[in-house]
Design a protein around this ligand. Sequence first.
Ligand SMILES: Nc1ncnc2c1ncn2[C@@H]1O[C@H](COP(=O)(O)OP(=O)(O)O)[C@@H](O)[C@H]1O
Ligand SMILES: Cc1ncsc1CCOP(=O)(O)O
Ligand SMILES: [Mg+2]
Length: 276
Amino acid sequence: MSVTDIAAADLADSVRIVRQTEPLVQSLTNTVTINDVANVTLHWGGLPVMADSFGDAGEMAELARAVLINTGQVPDGRVEAMHEAGRKANERGIPVVLDPVGVGSTPSRQAVAESLLSDIDFTVINGNYGEISALAGVEAEVKGVESVGDYDAIDRTAHSLAESTDAIVVASGIDDIVADADGAVRLTAGHEMLGEVVGTGCMLGGTIATFCGAIDDASTAAVHGTLGFGIAGERAADLEYAGPGSYRTNFRDAVSGITSDVAAALDLEDRVETVH
Ligand SMILES: Nc1ncnc2c1ncn2[C@@H]1O[C@H](COP(=O)(O)OP(=O)(O)O)[C@@H](O)[C@H]1O
Ligand SMILES: Cc1ncsc1CCOP(=O)(O)O
Ligand SMILES: [Mg+2]
């Protein structure tokens, strides 16, 4: 993995670049968490647009700085629009992020993801351990959109998917693995309440797409976006909350509260470990 260490000043630089660039981030995503994805994009400093109909999706991809494709729901028209936007993004050389939500659960969803992978060069693929394992072709259990089962070799699995797709792979769970063709790192950040709220994986995809839309080096964008997301999860838990509902609101506030100055003052010791 090209990024093996993170200084607070580096994370602060990334946060500042995202907030100054205000990248237009186009998401083709599910209707369950679409509002969360739009808001988290905005709270990091991006400009969200959820253009997901055929025609409009390709035209928007002419303007966007990054495109996010999330397979949480795969109605016919939206899947065609995903191909259209992804191809346009490739043509323009802008980053495309895939969140293979629910892959490993049904054959139809697996087929959608495989057809997207064969048509589009993805810059980053982010999914939970089960989805990443299913996409990599190793044993996986995904119940709906939930990763179940044990994934002891997730670092190697993420690395092999990174090698076969030439994408950066983010496998999310209690710890997050970020892998590229050279190897993998484990990021230790986050809070158990993130697992109690629907849509945190989708919001992680929105975060990574936003960082990719502003930061030239995709490995840096994926690592810093994923670490920043986990730290926002921790800071959300430092605020008062009564349960998952108010934690979700806190999380949004925590994301918007991570300014470049706040990031520069973080202690990032022991957050990153090379694992493969
Ligand atoms: N128990 C947990 N402890 C710390 N972070 C968590 C926990 N559960 C989820 N997260 C974080 O929430 C985000 C979404 O991960 P995950 O729950 O695996 O995705 P999904 O919602 O797609 O299943 C990631 O940043 C992950 O690190
Ligand atoms: C519940 C659900 N059903 C289809 S998409 C979706 C949201 C999944 O969100 P996440 O992957 O972030 O848990
Ligand atoms: Mg998910």
